[in-house]
Design a protein around this ligand. Structure first.
Ligand code: ASP
Ligand code: MG
Length: 441
């Protein structure tokens, strides 16, 4: 079994959907095809939900109509047969009727999740209709029948596995299965989702659940790059990454992969490949368990919107248990800490989720003096055994020259150095690190 996941841009235009069809029929392997919503759709659905949350029904209605229009044009270009078009028109009608009914009932978070689910439901149903029109045998596999999260929003991997096994045994002869990324059921059996960008996560979970031979993530870029291609001119795709390196890069800013999508594949040792729909023969990036034996820096990523907290306390001096007290406050508010450094009298740490910043700061103030700093960026430098490559730290420091460093984390793992800088300096730092750390002939 292999898993092939196609992102929003890969299904976002009728001709791209035809390209996806080519890719999934290129061999006879058994495969589960995971689709995102058409590009722009989830954003539009978020907008509809926001308008409804603010009680702006007229605005929500306009947004629904505009999206409906988009789909009405889309299917006419996608399909040519009368039967296919009639079927697509019916699918679109049903889903937009559903959205229109929602306008009339009182809005809540569960309904919002229903709204957000429409994108993947539409894309998969339209794609399935295309396969039917072309008489390509395939099975439609509704994600809501097997994908689930528990009360902590964590995927229930063993249940997902059991359900999928039961479903798949019903189709021993079939080789193409089509399902939705992103959407799932929650512990109340309501429609929910795996958070923005979660289709990658779906693919990885299915890969783990079926012990797949590979999880292929098809996007519009030729793999994970050694630096941010939107900011740095000379970047290149990285041929191989370990799961740890990829997780680090995905978490710290490489937008190509949802950070949570590493662990299920890693747990079940399923290789993940990042491939380009527009350039299907390009090697892309392969992510596997072992390293590739090389030593040195492989990639740099930057993450914006970081907030740093410094807690200063003379009581920390020679005391034990201080860090525990600090961490307990973060645990209480379910807020993750990304970077941390300590001195004998102070501790600095960073977070990107500031939804409980007020409460956290108030409680930390009982432990010491607290300083808060916003708009920072973490620059994450990743590679194999970076610490063994002579002079890496020197090169990094050299390329920072005039730029004030707020925090450095080195030695936390063998494959990562993280720097905290003012967000305004991010572009400059990414560019100068690129020049200093990579040789481009
Ligand atoms: N459609 C969802 C989003 O835009 C999930 C995904 O594409 O991964 O976030
Ligand atoms: Mg994505």
């Amino acid at each position: 079994m292999k898993i092939m996941k196609f992102g929003g841009t890969s299904v976002g235009r009728p001709e791209r959907m035809h390209q996806v069809k080519e890719l999934i029929t290129a061999d006879d392997d058994k495969k589960i095809v995971v689709l995102s919503a058409l590009s722009g759709t989830t954003n539009a659905l978020v907008g509809i939900g926001e308008a409804l949350a603010e009680g702006k029904k007229e605005l929500a209605k306009q947004k629904i109509d505009a999206l409906n229009e988009h789909y009405n044009n889309f299917y006419l270009e996608l399909l040519t047969s009368k039967a296919g078009r009639a079927k697509a028109a019916q699918i679109i009608k049903e889903h937009f009727e559903f959205l229109t009914i929602i306008l009339k009932i009182s809005f809540n978070e569960a309904i919002n999740k229903d709204i957000l689910a429409q994108g993947e439901l539409l894309s998969t149903k339209l794609f399935y209709t295309l396969l039917q029109e072309l008489e390509i045998p395939a099975v439609f596999l509704p994600a809501l029948e097997f994908m689930s999260i528990d009360e902590n929003d964590e995927p229930e991997l063993s249940k997902i596995r059991q359900r999928l096994e039961a479903i798949l045994t019903r189709y021993p002869e079939d080789s193409i299965f089509i399902t939705q990324g992103y959407i799932c059921k929650n512990h109340r059996n309501e429609v929910d989702n795996l958070k923005r960008g979660g289709s990658d996560y779906t693919a990885s979970l299915i890969g783990a659940a079926t012990s797949a031979s590979v999880v292929e993530i098809w996007t519009d870029i030729d793999g994970m790059h050694n630096n941010d291609p939107r900011i740095v001119e000379q970047t290149r795709a990285i041929a191989h990454l370990s799961f740890d390196e990829a997780a680090e890069l995905a978490y710290f800013g490489a937008k190509i992969l949802h950070p949570a999508s590493i662990w299920p594949a890693q747990l079940h040792n399923v290789p993940v490949k990042l491939l380009n729909t527009m350039e299907p023969d390009a090697p892309g990036t392969t992510i596997t368990g072992g390293g590739d034996g090389t030593v040195g820096v492989k990639a740099i990523a930057g993450k914006d919107g970081i907030t740093a907290l410094k807690i200063k306390s003379s009581r920390m001096l020679l005391a034990y248990g201080f860090l525990r007290k600090v961490f307990e406050i973060f645990e209480k508010y379910r807020t993750a800490i990304d970077m941390i450094t300590t001195s004998e009298v102070a501790i600095s740490l960073t977070m990107d989720d500031v939804s409980h910043l007020k409460e956290i700061t108030a409680e930390l103030q009982k432990l010491g003096k607290v300083e808060v700093d916003h708009h920072l960026s973490i620059i994450c430098i990743v590679g194999n055994n970076i610490m063994e490559e002579k002079g890496v730290l020197n090169k990094i420091m050299d390329s920072l020259e005039q730029i004030p460093l707020r925090m450095v984390s080195y030695g936390g793992s063998r494959h990562n150095v993280s720097l905290l800088i003012d967000g305004k300096q991010k572009e400059r730092v990414l560019q100068s690190l690129n020049q200093r750390l990579f040789d481009f002939e």
